[in-house]
Design a protein around this ligand. Structure first.
Ligand SMILES: Nc1ncnc2c1ncn2[C@@H]1O[C@H](COP(=O)(O)OP(=O)(O)O)[C@@H](O)[C@H]1O
Ligand SMILES: [Mg+2]
Length: 184
């Protein structure tokens, strides 16, 4: 697998950004006990009508092989199916969208998690006005991050300052790693 889960999640979060969301919540439950990784992205963007939502359930195929990073929702859906997981999209026009994608944790095709710090950094860079919240949890531990908390500490320094973004990336990756190791 060329892409890791974080890169694929960027596609999902990027859709939320483009849907005009002001709040985006990413929850990752990484469970050894249940042998699954469940990823949920929830936004308060413009949402989708039934027809747009239905396109997500088209069989997995892609012609967009030229894209550098992830390949949109159909790719994520195909990935979950390949990795014995499930994909679910719920949306209310004018209210928001929730995408849930899961994979079997020890499936041979399941990609690495990748850098959630980089993912958050990319999202903040894409739109720093948005409130982002990340929850990463295992069977025994949880790590939470949100951009309001950081903005409050920064006061007048923009969150998109390169030094700040790099700090955020490191902070998230370190904490996710230690939550992971706590159960190993
Ligand atoms: N979170 C979302 N909120 C509103 N619309 C969405 C969301 N995610 C996806 N969509 C709709 O579904 C379409 C397909 O998404 P995707 O497969 O990522 O392809 P692309 O983003 O390249 O159009 C988007 O163009 C958009 O209309
Ligand atoms: Mg997209």
């Amino acid at each position: 697998m060329m892409e890791d889960l974080a890169m694929q999640l960027f596609e999902i979060l990027n859709n939320s950004i483009h849907a005009g969301a002001s709040r985006i919540y990413l929850v990752i439950r990484d469970s050894i006990r249940d042998n699954e990784i469940v990823m949920t992205v929830e936004d308060n963007g413009r949402g989708m009508d039934a027809e747009t939502l239905k396109r997500f359930s088209d069989p997995f195929y892609t012609t967009r092989t030229t894209r550098k990073i992830g390949m949109g929702v159909p790719f994520m859906k195909g990935l979950t199916e390949m990795c014995n997981g499930r994909f679910q999209a719920e949306s209310t026009p004018g209210k928001g969208t929730r995408i849930t994608a899961s994979v079997q944790r020890d499936h041979i095709d399941t990609p690495e998690m990748g850098s959630l710090g980089e993912l958050m950094m990319d999202c903040i860079q894409a739109d720093e006005q948005i409130y982002y919240e990340l929850t990463y949890q295992t069977d025994t531990q949880v790590f939470r991050f949100n951009t309001d908390q950081i903005k409050e500490q920064l006061q007048d320094v923009p969150i998109s300052t390169p030094e700040v973004l790099l700090w955020i990336k490191g902070y998230i990756d370190e904490n996710v790693q230690s939550v992971k190791e706590a159960i190993a």
